[in-house]
Design a protein around this ligand. Structure first.
Ligand SMILES: Cc1cc2nc3c(=O)[nH]c(=O)nc-3n(C[C@H](O)[C@H](O)[C@H](O)COP(=O)(O)O)c2cc1C
Length: 397
C-alpha cells in the first residue's frame, strides 16, 4: 500500500523508513532506524527529487505511482549520488523511460559509474545558480561540494520557499508517522541522533558545511526538506544554529566528557574517583563512556557536544588499548578541535599510553592539553589524590 505525505499544496513526501538495518553505511549503528526521503512536485511538469535506498525501493515505487496518478515523470533532480538516495534510479528509468535527469557535471560522471542505462540522452546539466521552470515553480540549484560528496547540491524552490537540502539537516531515525520536526519532541528524542549523523558523516567537512550555510543564509527559506529525517517548517534557526556549532567545532554544552578504556577495572576505578571529584567541584554535566562498550560514533558525537574531555587508557602491547586508539584516530580524522583535554594513563611495566594519546591530541588544532598526565601504575594510590585534584582544577577553571 502506498504511504505518502502531502507537504504543500502540490508537493509530496514519497520516501520510506528502514527499521531493520543494523549499520548505516555498514558502520554506524542505527537502533532507531533511518528514513530515506524523496519528494515529488506536481506542476505542469512532474518532478522527483532524489530516490531512495534499494531496501525501501518497492514502497517508494508504489508511492511514486500513486502520487503521479497516471501522469508521466518529467524530471528527476539528483541532489546526491550516494546509493542510499540514487540506488532506485534504474527502477524509475525502467518505468518512466522518457524522464530527464537534472544534475551537475559531477553527478553525471558518477551516474555513469554506478549505472549502465543511457545517461547522456537524459541529462540536463546544470551549474551553480541555474534554474528550471516546471510551471509555477522555479527551481534553482546551488552546489554544496563535500557535504559530504563532491557532486552534492541543493535545490531551492522559490515558489514554496523550500530548500531541498540533500544530506544537510538530515538525521538518523525512522519516521514514525509524523513528518514534520515540529510534530516531534525533537530536542529530547531526536537531537542526539541528528548530532551523531552530522558529526560522524559530515563532521570532517566543517568548512564546506560553513560555505553551504552561507549560501542558505542568502535564501528566503520557510521549509527544509532533507534526505533523512523530518521536514523542518518551524524553528529553523534553532537547528541551523546547531549546524553552526557542529561545523565550526564549537562545543554545544559546558560539559565534561570522560572516556576510558579498562581491562581489569583499575582505570575505570580511577576515572570514577575523578568524576566524583568533578561533581564535588560543582559540575552538573558529566558524561562517561567505556570505549569497549559504546560504539565510537556515539562518543564522537558526545565529544562534539562537550567542551572538556578526559581520556584514560591502559598501555597495551606498548601501544594504546585498541578501542581508544580507534576513537582518537576517528576524532583526528573528523578534524576535531577546540577542546580542553586531560589524559590519564595506566600500565604495569612500561607505561606509554599518555605520551601516545598526547601525540594524537596535540596534532589536532587548538587543543588545550593539561601538562600533568596522571600515571596510574596498575591501580590508583591514595597519594595520587592531589594529582586528580589538579585535573579537576584544570577542567573547572
Ligand atoms: C595484552 C596486554 C598488553 C599489555 N601491554 C602492556 C604494556 O605494553 N605496558 C604496560 O605497562 N602494561 C601493559 N599491560 C598491562 C596493563 O596496561 C595494566 O595491567 C593496566 O593496569 C590495566 O589497567 P586496567 O585495570 O584499567 O585494565 C598490558 C595488558 C594486556 C592485557
Amino acid at each position: 500500500m502506498y504511504c505518502v505525505k502531502k507537504i504543500t499544496e502540490d508537493m509530496y513526501w514519497i520516501g520510506a523508513s528502514d527499521r531493520r538495518l543494523e549499520l548505516f553505511e555498514n558502520v554506524y549503528p542505527i537502533p532507531k532506524g533511518v528514513s530515506y526521503n524523496s519528494y515529488v512536485i506536481l506542476d505542469e511538469k512532474t518532478v522527483l527529487l532524489d530516490t531512495v535506498d534499494h531496501s525501501v525501493c518497492s514502497q517508494f515505487l508504489e508511492n511514486l505511482e500513486h502520487v503521479l496518478d497516471g501522469r508521466t515523470l518529467d524530471y528527476i533532480i539528483v541532489n546526491h549520488m550516494e546509493p542510499d538516495h540514487c540506488a532506485s534510479l534504474a527502477e524509475v528509468v525502467i518505468r518512466y523511460p522518457e524522464v530527464k535527469f537534472v544534475g551537475n557535471a559531477k553527478t553525471f560522471t558518477m551516474m555513469k559509474q554506478f549505472f549502465d542505462f543511457d545517461v547522456d540522452n537524459r541529462a540536463v546539466v546544470i551549474k551553480e545558480g541555474d534554474t528550471i521552470s516546471t510551471g509555477k515553480h522555479t527551481l534553482a540549484f546551488a552546489m554544496i561540494p563535500m557535504v559530504h560528496w563532491p557532486e552534492a547540491m541543493v535545490t531551492y524552490d522559490a515558489y514554496d520557499k523550500v530548500l531541498y537540502s540533500a544530506d544537510a539537516f538530515g538525521t538518523f531515525g525512522a519516521l514514525n508517522g509524523n513528518i514534520f520536526a515540529d510534530e516531534l519532541n525533537f530536542e529530547a528524542e531526536w537531537l542526539e541522533e541528528a548530532r551523531r549523523y552530522l558529526t560522524n558523516i559530515v563532521g570532517k567537512y566543517g568548512a564546506q558545511v560553513q560555505s553551504a550555510l552561507k549560501k542558505a543564509a542568502a535564501l528566503d527559506i520557510e521549509m527544509i526538506c532533507p534526505l533523512h529525517g523530518p521536514v523542518w517548517r518551524e524553528n529553523l534557526g534553532w537547528f541551523i544554529d546547531k549546524y553552526q556549532k557542529w561545523s565550526t567545532y564549537t562545543p554545544e554544552d559546558h560539559a565534561v566528557l570522560i572516556v576510558y578504556a579498562s581491562i581489569y577495572g583499575n582505570t575505570e576505578s580511577a576515572v570514577n574517583v575523578l568524576a566524583g571529584k568533578i561533581s564535588d567541584a560543582g559540575e552538573k554535566n558529566i558524561a562517561m563512556y567505556d570505549v569497549s562498550k559504546t560504539d565510537p560514533s556515539y562518543i564522537l558525537a558526545e565529544a562534539f557536544r562537550c567542551d572538556r574531555i578526559v581520556f584514560a587508557c591502559p598501555t597495551y602491547n606498548a601501544g594504546l588499548f585498541p578501542k581508544m586508539e580507534t576513537l582518537l584516530s576517528e576524532l583526528k580524522a573528523h578534524n576535531f578541535q577546540n577542546r580542553k583535554v586531560a589524559v590519564i594513563e595506566n600500565g604495569t611495566w612500561a607505561i606509554s599510553a599518555g605520551k601516545q594519546m598526547k601525540e594524537i591530541l596535540s596534532s589536532m588544532k587548538n587543543m588545550e592539553i593539561y601538562d600533568n598526565t596522571l600515571t596510574v601504575k596498575s591501580s590508583l594510590k591514595r597519594d595520587q589524590m592531589e594529582e586528580l585534584d589538579g585535573i579537576v582544577e584544570f577542567l573547572m577553571k
